[in-house]
Design a protein around this ligand. Structure first.
Ligand code: AMP
Length: 146
């Protein structure tokens, strides 16, 4: 069965290019719909969840900036309509899984740095997304610049 709806998780860095190219090629050959999602991580999460001040204004700004960055990102990929671009707030694994289920996606695509050593112990988003995913997951290997 070819895939019908592919969800690409993008961190909005340059590294997304090979991931997007692979996803687009796969979507074209399967005649599948393609959607992208970027997750804005709560600031409190970065500080270990215990911050003695109100971050709501900053978080609102963070979300608005992410929206602008996602729109700018999409200029490079004219096949992505506004309806195919999603922005979510929370923990990447949880939000990517939620959206994949909600949108009835049958494949999630993420980039993978192929970590080893200490970095592997610290984990990666690709690894995280794989666990408990509601559908297939494809990790596109990101190569270090030569
Ligand atoms: P990382 O393991 O954090 O280096 O990220 C590897 C891959 O996880 C990226 O190429 C994206 O596919 C995905 N990813 C990381 N952070 C995010 C994010 N904030 N929103 C959506 N996808 C992300």
């Amino acid at each position: 069965m070819p895939y019908q709806h592919i969800l690409v998780a993008v961190d909005l860095t340059e590294e997304c290019d090979p991931v997007m190219h692979r996803a687009h090629a796969l979507a074209t050959s399967s005649n599948a719909k393609l959607s992208v999602v970027h997750i804005v991580e709560p600031m409190a999460m970065a500080f270990g969840g215990d911050v003695p001040m109100d971050l709501s204004m900053l978080q609102q700004q963070q979300f608005e900036q992410a929206r602008e960055r996602l729109d700018a990102f999409a200029i490079k990929y004219p096949y992505l309509t506004a309806e195919q671009r999603h922005l979510a707030y929370g923990q990447p694994r949880q939000e990517i899984h939620r959206l994949a289920g909600e949108q009835r996606c049958d494949l999630i695509i993420v980039g993978s740095h192929g970590r080893h050593g200490l970095a592997l112990l610290l984990g990666s988003t690709a690894n995280d997304v794989l666990h408990g995913a509601p559908c297939d997951v494809l990790a596109v290997r990101l190569r270090k610049p030569e």
